[in-house]
Design a protein around this ligand. Structure first.
Ligand SMILES: NC(=O)c1ccc[n+]([C@@H]2O[C@H](COP(=O)([O-])OP(=O)(O)OC[C@H]3O[C@@H](n4cnc5c(N)ncnc54)[C@H](OP(=O)(O)O)[C@@H]3O)[C@@H](O)[C@H]2O)c1
Length: 239
């Protein structure tokens, strides 16, 4: 039996993309999983794809009351994964960017801050938290300054709180470009975008959400790792 067998894990953002793949991997390990996100239809679709093996809960990470109610409902639990984008994020040349858009991009950070603050009191001491950051934090592409700044804040937040919430552990996984439903609005054109955006990477292809889920499970299980960021990005940070 693996370390995650029988453990109760809450995955916020578990109805899509990286979160949903993480849920599949957790179920394979025998975890009891709760998936949470804003849209009931997405939650129901995910639960049906997973053959009803998960519990679902509607939550908006911006609404502290709903986040607190989520954790109270499923307490005590072992692990928390938060991959929620949190809301719209702004992109474009910094000097032309709408500043409200830049500020609004921090909804992702505030969602993570809310979830860690409100979850920790309900978690088993042996538990851990994984937040999903992004490789843009340390290698910003033109037009992505808001994403990059938020990503740095997520990594800094993790390092800052890790000593205070110990023995609970907290880590960040920082994906490169990953093929998830986030890019579906781009239609078929997303495949050209993926090829162009990754052509200079050491591993020149878009990543798959399963490859990020692998890293998340590693961070949940390794009991000697906290306050760190795991890069899974096809070597995109290298020169
Ligand atoms: N895909 C990439 O290339 C990539 C690269 C680097 C980092 N990331 C990061 O990885 C994480 C997951 O991205 P993804 O590609 O898997 O995106 P995705 O497929 O769009 O999934 C996002 C999930 O977050 C949920 N969510 C969004 N806002 C929420 C809120 N306010 N409250 C609760 N749930 C919320 C969504 O459900 P609802 O909309 O129903 O709430 C959905 O389940 C994000 O933090 C993203 O920034 C992604």
């Amino acid at each position: 039996m693996g370390k995650l067998s029988g453990k109760r894990v809450i995955v916020i953002g578990g109805s899509s993309g990286i979160g949903l793949c993480t849920v599949r991997a957790l179920l394979e390990q025998g975890s009891q999983v709760v998936i949470a996100s804003r849209t009931s239809e997405r939650l129901e679709r995910a639960a049906s794809e997973l053959h009803g093996q998960v519990e679902t809960a509607q939550v908006d990470v911006q609404d502290r009351g709903s986040v607190a109610a989520l954790f109270e409902r499923f307490a005590p639990f072992d692990h928390l994964v938060n991959s929620a984008t949190g809301g719209p994020r702004a992109s474009g040349p910094f000097l032309q960017m709408d500043l409200d858009g830049f500020v609004g991009s921090f909804q992702k950070l505030w969602g993570y801050v809310h979830s860690v603050h409100l979850a920790a009191p309900h978690m088993q001491a042996t538990g851990s938290i994984v937040l999903v950051g992004g490789a843009l934090s340390r290698k910003c592409r033109p037009g992505m300054s808001a994403h990059s700044t938020v990503g740095n804040a997520v990594e800094g937040f993790c390092r800052a709180v890790a000593p205070e919430i110990a023995p609970l552990r907290i880590n960040v996984v920082a994906p490169g470009l990953i093929n998830t439903p986030m890019f579906e609005p781009m239609g078929a054109g997303r495949h050209d975008f993926f090829s162009q955006a990754t052509s200079e990477h050491v591993i020149p292809r878009v990543g798959q959400p399963e490859e990020i889920a692998d890293g998340i499970l590693f961070l949940l299980q390794n009991e000697f790792i906290t306050g760190t960021t795991l890069d899974i990005d096809g070597g995109s940070l290298l020169p």
